[in-house]
Design a protein around this ligand. Structure first.
Ligand code: ZN
Length: 242
């Protein structure tokens, strides 16, 4: 029996058919230590296998930085620490990254007081940005019903001193947007989509780790030609609407 039913497009690349059941968890599920609560509706988007697989190595880096930056603020602190320890123990590259090459500062000076030594964990900024970009692509589709063009540029802005100005601008834009809570309230975002399709995002993990992003479509916003006509774009349910 041939399957004539059109297949849903992958909303991350817009080029291939999404796999049936799995989809991509956004934010990545690995930031939640096991066992994961079963009473939470984990946010998922339709995605193809290559997009899904391409993300898994990046997700590992993402888990690291989210775990380290939010660990002490979370209710699931011990599983987070155990999970990170396990991940690092089983992965030599990560172990070197975290334990081998960490930089120990002499402590931040605050007036005459020297505070605790500062330990800066180097992390893979590119991988981190790719994960944020994937999250933005998935959420964009959920919000607008449109797959973000594959050539759209997505800029990731962290609220560090260097980029604080830009972050503040995005924050101002988002002031009147409503919060959307996903994954049992552990992930919260705000978005503002302007008429030309440019979108501004504020994403927050575990009420602590904050990152901004903005995405704009290419000037020529026609989708690539030659898409397989057996692929369709299914409109998502709009998340956050009550
Ligand atoms: Zn894809």
């Amino acid at each position: 029996m041939s399957d004539s039913k059109p297949k849903q497009l992958c909303v991350l690349c817009g080029e291939r058919a999404a796999t049936g059941g799995h989809g991509d968890h956004l934010p990545p599920q690995c930031i939640y230590p096991k066992p994961r609560p079963s009473n939470i509706a984990w946010n998922k988007v339709p995605a193809c296998i290559p997009c899904n697989n391409a993300g898994s190595k990046d997700d590992e880096q993402f888990k690291l930085i989210i775990g380290i930056s939010t660990g002490e603020f979370r209710e699931d602190t011990q599983p987070v620490i155990d999970g990170l320890a396990g991940t690092i123990r089983n992965n030599k590259r990560l172990a070197n990254q975290v334990l081998g090459k960490y930089k120990r500062g002499y402590g931040k000076r605050h007036g005459n007081k020297v505070l605790e030594p500062v330990v800066a964990i180097p992390f893979d900024r590119d991988a981190y940005e790719r994960v944020v970009q994937r999250i933005v692509r998935g959420l964009y589709w959920q919000q607008s019903g449109v797959i973000l063009h594959r050539d759209a540029e997505i800029h990731v802005v962290t609220p560090e001193p260097m980029e604080a100005g830009l972050g503040d601008h995005i924050k101002t834009l988002l002031r009147h947007s409503s919060r959307v809570e996903l994954n049992g309230g552990t992930f919260v975002y705000k978005v503002f989509i302007s008429d030309d399709g440019t979108s501004f995002w504020g994403l927050q993990f575990f009420e602590k780790h904050l990152v901004f992003a903005f995405a704009y479509p290419p000037e020529d916003d026609s989708q690539p030609a030659g898409l397989d006509s057996s692929l369709i774009e299914v409109k998502p349910r709009i998340v956050g609407e009550t």
